[in-house]
Design a protein around this ligand. Structure first.
Ligand code: PLP
Length: 388
C-alpha cells in the first residue's frame, strides 16, 4: 500500500545511492543512468564538489527572506548575466515557476509602457512549459489540461514548423512568442538556427518579445551554455531550471534590461526562490558547466555518441526512424511505441526515458565518460538485435 497519490506511472524500482553516471538499486543492481532526473543532475550523482559545497553551506546558512540581500544570489546572477544575453535574473524553484514568471515579465513590460492589452502569449501546440495551471494552458496539450478547467486565457497556439500559422496568429494583443529552443517532452525537436533567426526578426518587426524556454535544453545541455547561442539570436526572456541546480531545485528567469524595467519592487516574489543554500549549489554548478573546455567536451562527446547511434540506425532502419538532438539531449525516434525497447534497455541496465512521437530520450550527465557512452551504445545495439 502506498500513500502517495497515483499521479505518476512509476517503474517498480528504487535506488539506494548514485555515483557519477551510475545508480545502484535497492535490490543491488547497477544501472547506467542516462535519465539523470530528466536532465537535472548535470554533473551526475554525488559530485564531490557539490557535496563539499552543500556540506559547508549547510553549516552556515540555509534560508533567509528575499527581504534581505543575498550575496550568494548576487554572485550567481552576475555569472549568468556575464555569460549570456541577460542583464537581470529572478530566481525561482522550478521550471514551471520560471516559465510562468517569464510570462509575467512579458506582460508586465507591456503594462509598464501603457499597453496592458498586449498580454497574449503565442506558444507551440503540444509543447511543454510545466504543470502549473498557466503552464499547462500555455502548453496547449489536451492530455495535460483535461479536467483542469476553466481554461486559463491568454495563450494562443500554432503547430511546430507551421510558419504561416505562426504569422497569422500574431495580433495586436500578442505580447510574446514563447517556444522551447529544443522541444524536450515533445520528442527532442530542435528549432533550426535559421528558424530562430526568422523568429527574432518577426518579433522585432511586430514589436513583440521572444521567450525561449531553456528549462531542459539550457545550462550546457546542448553543448553551448544556451541552445540558441549558435544561432546568434538574442531572446528577451529565458526561463531555466533543471540543470542549473545539479539536482537541487532551482529555477530562474533571465531577461534583458528593456523588459526588466517592468519588474518593479513588489511586482513578483518567491519565498524559497534564490535562498543561500540553493544559490551556493548553483554557483558551483555554474562554475563547472560554463567553462569553455567543459562545453567543448560536451560537443565532442555528442558528436561521437550521435555518430555511433546513427551507425546503429543504419543497421536497423526498420526499428529506428531517426536520431536527433543537440549536445547531450538526444532522441532515438522509433517507428513504433518505444515501451518495450525502453524496458529491454533497462533489463540490460541502461536507464532512459520516453518523450512524445515514439522517442527515447537519452540524457547522460554532462560529465559522462566516453567509455560509458560506449557501454550505452553496446546495449542499444544489442536491444535492436534482440528485437529483430
Ligand atoms: C521540465 C520543463 C519545464 C517544467 O519544469 P518543472 O521543474 O517540472 O516545473 C518547463 N519547460 C520545459 C522546457 C521543461 O522541459
Amino acid at each position: 500500500m502506498s500513500y502517495l497519490a497515483k499521479n505518476y506511472n512509476r517503474k517498480k524500482i528504487s535506488f539506494k545511492f548514485g555515483k557519477g553516471s551510475y545508480l545502484f538499486s535497492t535490490d543491488k543492481k547497477k544501472y547506467l543512468d542516462f535519465v539523470q532526473g530528466i536532465a537535472v543532475n548535470s554533473l551526475g550523482h554525488s559530485h564531490p564538489k557539490l557535496i563539499k559545497t552543500i556540506k559547508i553551506q549547510s553549516k552556515k546558512l540555509w534560508h533567509v527572506s528575499n527581504a534581505f540581500q543575498i550575496p550568494e544570489g548576487e554572485k550567481l546572477a552576475e555569472k549568468l548575466c556575464k555569460k549570456t544575453f541577460a542583464d537581470f535574473v529572478m530566481f525561482q524553484n522550478s521550471g514551471a515557476e520560471a516559465t510562468e514568471a517569464a510570462v509575467k515579465v512579458a506582460r508586465r513590460y507591456f503594462y509598464s509602457i501603457g499597453k496592458p492589452k498586449k498580454n497574449r502569449i503565442l506558444c507551440v501546440k503540444n509543447s511543454f512549459h510545466g504543470r502549473t495551471l498557466a503552464a499547462i494552458f500555455a502548453s496547449g496539450s489536451k492530455k495535460m489540461t483535461e479536467g483542469f478547467g476553466p481554461k486559463i486565457p491568454g495563450f494562443d497556439h500554432f503547430r511546430f514548423g507551421n510558419h504561416d500559422s505562426l504569422k497569422k496568429k500574431i495580433n495586436k494583443n500578442t505580447a510574446a512568442i514563447m517556444v522551447e529552443t529544443v522541444m524536450g517532452e515533445g520528442g527532442i525537436k530542435v528549432i533550426p538556427d535559421w528558424c530562430l533567426r526568422e523568429l527574432r526578426q518577426l518579433c522585432n518587426k511586430k514589436k513583440i518579445l521572444l521567450i525561449l524556454d531553456e528549462v531542459q535544453c539550457g545550462v550546457a545541455r546542448s553543448g553551448d551554455f544556451f541552445a540558441f547561442e549558435k544561432s546568434k539570436v538574442k531572446p528577451d526572456i529565458v526561463p531555466i531550471a533543471k540543470g542549473i541546480g545539479g539536482g537541487f531545485p532551482i529555477g530562474a528567469v533571465l531577461m534583458n534590461k528593456k523588459v526588466a524595467s517592468g519588474m518593479i519592487a513588489g511586482s513578483h516574489g518567491s519565498t524559497f526562490g534564490g535562498n543561500p543554500l540553493a544559490m551556493t549549489v548553483g554557483n558551483t554548478v555554474m562554475d563547472i558547466v560554463s567553462k569553455k573546455s567543459f562545453l567543448n567536451n560536451i560537443k565532442k562527446l555528442s558528436k561521437y555518441f550521435l555518430e555511433k547511434l546513427n551507425n546503429i540506425k543504419s543497421k536497423h532502419p526498420d526499428i529506428i526512424k531517426e536520431i536527433r538532438g543537440r549536445g547531450l539531449l538526444i532522441g532515438i525516434q522509433l517507428h513504433n511505441n518505444p515501451t518495450l525497447f525502453i524496458k529491454k534497455l533497462m533489463d540490460h541496465r541502461l536507464l532512459t526515458i520516453r518523450a512524445a512521437e515514439n522517442v527515447i530520450r537519452i540524457l547522460p550527465p554532462l560529465n559522462v565518460k566516453k567509455k560509458e557512452i560506449d557501454i550505452a551504445v553496446k546495449i542499444i545495439s544489442k536491444v535492436c538485435k534482440d528485437l529483430k
